[in-house]
Design a protein around this ligand. Sequence first.
Ligand code: S3P
Length: 431
Amino acid sequence: MESLRLGRARRIEGEIIPPGDKSITHRAIMISSVSKGVSCIHGYLKGEDNIRTLKAFEMMGVNAEQRNCDLIIKGTELFGLNEPSDVIDAGNSGTTMRLISGILSGQNFLSVITGDESLRRRPMGRILEPLRLMGAEVFSRKGGFAPLVIKGGRLKSISYRMNVASAQVKSCILFAGLYADGITEIEEPVQSRDHTERMLSYFGVNLSRNNLKISIRGHQQPEAREIFIPGDLSSASFFIVAALLLNNSELLVKNVGVNYTRSGIIDVLKQMGGNIEIMNLRKICEEDVADLYVKASRLKGVKISGPLIPRLIDEIPVLCVAAAMAEGETEIRDATELRVKESDRINSMCSELRKMGVDVEELEDGMVIQGKGRIDSAVFDSHGDHRVAMALIIASLVAEGESEVRGTECIRTSFPSFFELLRNTIIFGNS
Ligand code: S3P
């Protein structure tokens, strides 16, 4: 197990270009793989999760080549994938497993997909039900857990009302819908991230959206494209929170995705009193991209719930650290989904916040944190969860005294350059 010891930082300053967005990179690899022609993906994320997605398609005969910092993918078209000769291993990546299952369901072959211990504990029933309704033969372990066995084939379209706000489930059905006869309709309870919709339309696929309903006609062949991936706001958030919390910090975050379905963290940190300026807003390959200028600020507690939650679901671990350092109470509700992420993030963060001397109440669907403007150092545990690990590193940088974060190897799943960017921007001591 890897661990890291670190003390209080003085400030953070300079600029960062965050690594490519993880969600968008997964989609770029998947859609390029089943497109007609050769796609070039610029700025893709080389995290372990994305490499799992790439390897899965290579196992199915997709030709991919890394050229400088770009990924060149020769698509096989919708029906050109080959049966994988071995089990596909999605590692720690829920996005890989859930999204690929939609594509595998439309293939005329058998595939088996598994993952690491954490992924094999996460609920897959939420994708098995719609895939079965579409006519796919899908099997899981008892209770809807991976490994999954998928005997794909001809699919029929469905009208499906999702009962969780999950972009992974939505995207799985959209991909299966691309293989189905007729028009597939999906209704979400609350809007989740819409990168799949945006990227499919960038690749020439027609979809229509009416509030929370999306429809897609099957058998539309995506056409290869050149695609530029924006920086990952979820990764940038660790640096943004550090810059807000450490006195005299000033940080420029360049080329980061600010898609509305992902940017709840900016809205909430601003509501807490954070000084964040959005600059150079532009659109690149259907995604909104901007630069953010962040300055140290005094934060106050906030209440978050409802449709805001999916817009910042992955940022809640680091938001907990901001809340602990803020003045006053922060209440997080309607976030039960956190219990089925890479770890049970409600439980993981509550136990780690207590080690910081923070008064926190664990709720079934969230937590209440009493911010008091300072936190204690401690020996922290990542719970094997990359976002918890990085949130705890930020907590260690603002805590009084020296801390240790145990189990930091999981950071490589989403942010392999995390430590390098920290080294480039964090200032310790009196300099
Ligand atoms: C993701 C969707 C979210 C998010 C995850 C990535 C995606 O999960 O938490 O990190 O790429 O679609 P859910 O769709 O399960 O909410």
